[in-house]
Design a protein around this ligand. Structure first.
Ligand SMILES: Nc1ncnc2c1ncn2[C@@H]1O[C@H](COP(=O)(O)OP(=O)(O)O)[C@@H](O)[C@H]1O
Ligand SMILES: [Mg+2]
Length: 210
């Protein structure tokens, strides 16, 4: 098997309009997801993933690695193995992100919400400030426990209310007996978009008091 560094070097992006898209990669790398800053691959048949950052975001690799080190080995976060100039190697997480749970109708239980709360408190006790906690960064694994990924913003200073807003929406809407347990992707993406643009901020502050 090639080294993680060689595998990361095999990943080439090309420009398509205003976006950077994946253009080449080693056969051993199996695409499993992407976000705003990186593309993530499962490495061969291992239980490891290689997170390769897009050229404008490569500085995040070191920051995210430092945060995984600060978290230490905890059951709620993937294990960290290696960092390079533009990549990270962490555990592969099986299961569904909360986003996929909503798409597929997999029930998100109150015990999962409590476990996420606990995982975030643990991060705080390690001196971190959990931020960017959204539906695509939290997994429910096949044994029903939770894992949080994408910890790159856990050292930011400003307060992030994303998780407390999600919890309010969970109590007020998701737990309502008439709320559909399966939600179309366009609707979830629309809510995420409006939230990011702060259009829903007053709604969360005024309407969703807990
Ligand atoms: N360790 C992992 N195991 C399984 N899937 C993962 C893992 N890390 C990331 N992914 C998938 O890749 C997507 C993008 O990864 P993420 O770390 O959130 O990138 P970004 O920092 O660009 O947001 C995630 O939403 C998830 O679907
Ligand atoms: Mg992400």
């Amino acid at each position: 098997m090639q080294s993680f560094s060689e595998l990361a070097q095999s990943v080439i992006f090309r420009r398509k309009g205003s976006k950077l898209v994946l253009s080449e990669k080693a056969d051993e790398l199996q695409f499993i997801g992407n976000g705003r800053s990186a593309v993530v691959f499962r490495v061969g048949t291992t239980n490891k993933v290689l997170k390769v950052f897009l050229p404008p975001f490569i500085h995040i690799a070191k920051e995210e690695a430092e945060i995984y080190k600060a978290l230490g080995e905890q059951p709620f976060y993937p294990k960290f193995y290696e960092v390079g100039p533009n990549y990270l190697v962490i555990d592969y997480i099986e299961g569904h992100t909360l986003f996929n749970c909503l798409l597929k109708g997999v029930t998100i239980e109150w015990k999962h919400i409590k476990e996420i709360d606990y995982a975030l408190i643990l991060a705080k006790t390690n001196g971190l400030n959990p931020s960017d906690i959204h539906l695509r960064n939290i997994f429910i694994t096949p044994n029903g426990s939770i894992k949080i990924i994408d910890v790159a913003r856990f050292r930011q200073r400003k307060t992030c209310s994303q998780w407390s807003d999600l919890k309010k929406a969970y109590s007020k809407y998701y737990q309502h007996k008439l709320f559909p347990k399966k939600v179309p992707a366009f609707f979830l993406n629309l809510i995420a978009f409006l939230y990011k643009k702060s259009f829903l901020q007053s709604f969360f502050t005024n309407r969703l008091r807990m």
